[in-house]
Design a protein. Structure first.
Length: 429
């Protein structure tokens, strides 16, 4: 690689703006560590007149990033727009076709189009780097691709969304409800001010799980239907009851091979209070890798925000500047096989069920009979009456039960006139 490197940044939001400042501030440090002089020769954003915390150099600004690639000589392009399709996909494809290295934190793009983009990068002999797409500043992707490259990984799980982890932690410590804590998270910048749905419903963590699956198991990115639940239905009451049972509630992303079949899922879990993952709080992320011969490896750190994300982006930059042309997913595209998918009907797990009912004779026995009819056995049962309202909360911890049997029970519960609300179901880790 030549000594003078031209860089372009597309997208000047929180991440892109912070990255631009980092690159300009650390030019000398980068040259010292890589022997390369870097220069930002082009920047692009949708709105040049938007109020930002930094001044835009209009002499290098392009409203159209495609035109930018056609007009400027660029060696490395950062894509920080964040969409799975549209201009994000177009600009990355255009850059790779023009033999430009690409670095992106865009998990939505990589989880959806990572296979085709990696194939293109390999063909053009350039890098497609996406360390920042999973767990922010935690170097999980490089750890899997390089540090644990000869290990046989069987399972990865962890807290992959700092927004959800903050909300669940804050609900526990403040005893406040979901709605109020979400508002606080939005004010602090931990949740999107407009529509935080993709964080809360599990989709954000799910996109990251798909990337981790492909890297860890040397497979093409799965497009199968995933077991995915978010945290929108978790109430403080569930957190309080979990605490009494010596558990905490965490939204986990989990991917594993069961009989060489891929099983990916994202959902709230009851985890033991004295477990490692049970004590990762606030906006922190943590990823636990099970592999042979390494055993269990744990990585923890800040998973979101411009600082941690820029740290990962700069790590990718230095890797490219040092002249490493690598397979984006650690293995040539042609060697990565389509994953066999584990069937949900075979999955069984212990469950936490909270059912709000009218407090009258016979209701509990009907619920336990319904569970028994579906081969769901009760390990523990708590009844919490509210004498004023003449209602009760029935909390059940089950033995291991088939997922499909549990879902059928939930459907039947919904049609029972003595059950006042949709039951809450949380799986145990």
């Amino acid at each position: 690689m030549k000594k003078k490197i031209n860089i372009a940044i597309v997208g000047l939001g929180q991440i892109g703006g912070y990255l631009l400042k980092e690159i300009n501030k650390k030019k000398n440090d980068i040259e010292l560590k890589t022997g390369k002089k870097i220069q930002v020769v082009a920047i692009s954003a949708k709105n040049p007149n938007k109020k930002r915390k930094f001044k835009i150099n209009k002499s290098i600004f392009y409203k159209d990033p495609i035109q930018m690639i056609n007009k400027k000589k660029i060696d490395i392009l950062f894509e920080a727009i964040g969409k799975p399709d549209g201009i994000s996909k177009k600009i990355v494809e255009k850059a790779l076709k023009n033999k430009i290295h690409v670095i992106t934190p865009n998990k939505a793009l990589i989880s959806k189009h990572g296979d085709s983009l990696s194939k293109l990068a390999e063909k053009q002999k350039v890098n497609l780097e996406f360390e920042a797409s999973v767990a922010g500043g935690i170097p999980i992707i490089r750890t899997i691709k390089e540090s644990l490259a000869t290990n046989k990984i069987t399972k990865i799980y962890g807290i992959l969304n700092g927004t959800c982890n903050y909300i669940l932690t804050e609900m526990e410590y403040t005893k406040d409800n979901f709605k109020n804590v979400l508002k606080k998270a939005q004010i602090l910048g931990y949740a999107e001010p407009g529509n935080p749905k993709l964080d809360l419903n599990g989709y954000d963590a799910f996109a990251k799980v798909r990337i981790l699956s492909s890297l860890a198991f040397n497979k093409k990115i799965s497009n199968s239907k995933c077991l995915m639940d978010g945290i929108e239905n978790i109430q403080y009451k569930d957190i309080e009851i979990a605490n009494q049972l010596n558990f905490r509630i965490k939204l986990l992303g989990i991917t594993e091979l069961i009989n060489n079949q891929l099983f990916e899922r994202v959902h709230p879990c009851l985890v033991k209070k004295d477990s490692y993952i049970g004590n990762v709080n606030g906006v922190m992320n943590a990823v636990i890798i099970n592999g042979k011969p390494v055993g269990e490896s744990i990585l923890q750190g800040e998973g979101a925000g411009p600082g941690p994300t820029s740290s990962a982006l700069m790590s990718d930059l230095l890797s490219i500047l040092r002249g490493n042309i690598k397979y984006p997913f650690g293995l040539p595209f042609i060697k990565r096989r389509k994953a066999k998918i584990y069937q949900l009907k075979n999955y069984s797990n212990s469950l936490y069920l909270r059912i709000e009912v009218k407090d009258k004779p016979g209701v509990l026995s009907k619920i336990t009979k319904l569970l028994a009819d579906r081969n769901i056995s009760v390990e523990r049962l708590i009844q919490i009456p509210d004498h004023k309202l003449k209602t009760a909360s029935i909390v059940i911890i089950t033995h291991k039960s088939k997922e499909l049997d549990a879902q059928k029970c939930i459907s039947l519960f919904k049609s029972n006139k003595n059950i006042l609300k949709n039951p809450v179901l949380i799986r145990l880790l």
